[in-house]
Design a protein around this ligand. Structure first.
Ligand code: SF4
Ligand code: SF4
Ligand code: FES
Length: 246
């Protein structure tokens, strides 16, 4: 079976497509086969080889996948993740993870005297399963244009700590307002590619609800054009005006 791999040429700073013949169906095994038989310089990242460490994520035909958990078919195209600097071949720089997590001000602030029930544990169970694979960042159209955007994983982690009885801290919600929850377009791309079944879009919506309850407002609402069919809030008539602005 033929497998195509896009590799960045440092000389010309553009991608070139290389084609290899492989016998393995599993993508990570196919990459190992290429490295052993065809090109020892092919560079990719892997750790656990069993879907746990999150290090082997690449794009297959444009969709983020864990290489160790993906079976390939004839002619598939493998590329490095988007939205991160390519270090070599399929390896990208993921140091942004640390920066983004630091910005959200999260962590266990009190650990001693809380009684934690099984129900409390379940509240943070899904988000705790993140394996930092970066699939969500690669797929996110907002992160693509704004590297200050906290993005799906960091916001999911913020909700996980917001819901953790041992860490509840006003600073978490405050720290996700700028370049955070209100900048997300709720497009679901991150949810679609998460190999752990986490739903960052839903987590971001939950953070928006919590923020509203705590008195924060969506800064983009100020940009809403009242002439597009809604009366101004200053008007005595508060409802929808079908002729408004026309
Ligand atoms: S839902 Fe939000 S965080 Fe997720 S990919 Fe879309 S814009 Fe990015
Ligand atoms: S939220 Fe999902 S896609 Fe994003 S880093 Fe964590 S495991 Fe990967
Ligand atoms: S090698 Fe660890 S998740 Fe694929």
């Amino acid at each position: 079976m033929k497998l195509k791999i896009n590799r960045l040429s440092t000389a010309t700073n553009d991608f070139k497509t290389f084609e290899f013949t492989v016998s393995q169906e599993n993508l990570l095994k196919a990459l190992e086969e290429i490295k052993t038989n065809d090109d020892p310089t092919l560079t990719y990242r892997c750790g656990c080889k069993s879907g746990v460490c999150g290090s082997c994520t690449v794009r297959v035909n444009g969709v983020e996948k864990l290489a160790c958990r993906t079976n390939i078919k004839e002619g598939d195209l493998v590329e490095p993740l988007k939205n991160s600097r390519v270090i070599k071949d399929l390896v990208v720089d993921v140091s942004h993870e640390t920066l983004l997590i630091k910005k959200t001000n999260i962590g266990i602030k009190e650990s001693a005297s809380k009684n934690i029930s099984q129900a409390d544990v379940l509240k943070i169970d899904t988000q705790s399963n993140c394996i930092l694979c970066n699939a969500c960042y690669s797929s996110c159209p907002v992160y693509e244009v704004n590297k200050e955007f906290l993005g799906p994983f960091a916001l999911t982690k913020a909700l996980r700590y917001e819901n953790d009885l041992k860490s509840q801290d006003e600073e978490i919600i405050n720290s996700v307002q700028a370049n955070g929850i209100w900048d997300c377009t709720l497009c679901s791309a991150c949810t679609f590619v998460c190999p752990q079944g986490i739903d960052p879009k839903m987590d971001i919506m939950q953070l928006q609800n919590i923020s509203s309850q705590k008195g924060y407002t969506n800064p983009y609402m100020n940009n809403f054009d009242n002439s597009m069919g809604f009366d101004s809030f200053d008007s005595n008539d508060f409802g929808f005006n079908p002729n408004g602005g026309f």
